[in-house]
Design a protein around this ligand. Sequence first.
Ligand code: GLP
Length: 270
Amino acid sequence: MRVIIETNSQAASRRAAHFVADLVKRKPDCTLGLATGSTPQMLYRELIRLHQEEGLDFSQVRTFNLDEYVGLGPAHPQSYRHFMQVNLFDHINVAPANTHVPDGRALDFEAHCRQYEQLIKEAGGIDLQILGVGTDGHIAFNEPGSSLGSRTRLKTLASETIRDNARFFGGEEKVPRLAVTMGVGTILESRRCLFLAFGPHKAIAVRDTVEGPITAQVTASALQLHREVIGVFDEAAARLLVRRDYYAEVERAQCLLESGKLRELGIGAQ
Ligand code: GLP
């Protein structure tokens, strides 16, 4: 995993937004995997700014969201469909028909999940998957113990997740018990992942994801098996990483490579 540590979440979100914008410019009909939660909010704000001020064009982009609460329709203020409309879709020129969020009110979830996977396949797969992480190290709603080969399916929320999200619902008892979520296996098939985490409450999850053993108890750790993950963290979330100095060295080298300063890396030196 490439690890980028920025001083704060604003800088980290701007950095992350550039990876998304570069892809959209390079491949205007790309497929983005999108996440909800507080973590990607600033990244979405930056994408909106790039669209409104710099003309970043989403007209051909397709999107697939990671997950949705079971029982919540698009009009529910806590549904992830509603979140995406308010935080991104309503402010950019993405075609509504090109945006996909699992349906929390499907009647036949097995068929719905199969169809969701099929739609991703028909779109050519996900080019860039944006990911946050739960405090227990879950990605999407793949709670601890989820199969690392799992596909889109129903998942029972862990008590830690219910507790973390209670603030949005006005009490733990109001948080849905089930969610429909892309599986870890689905996420691992995306071409590139942008893994974001900000704040001191994410430090353990980040350490376990990046430097811990690969385990179904921390489903984000499966990202170690992915061929191209870019982790973008703020200082607080990266605090417990042991190999921070090395990650900074790698970034320095990457920077020199990108700016063509090859000699400084010993490339082509006599
Ligand atoms: C939920 C979502 C995840 C998200 C996590 C963290 O569990 N299903 O996709 O990463 O919350 O949320 P936040 O970014 O608000 O910390």
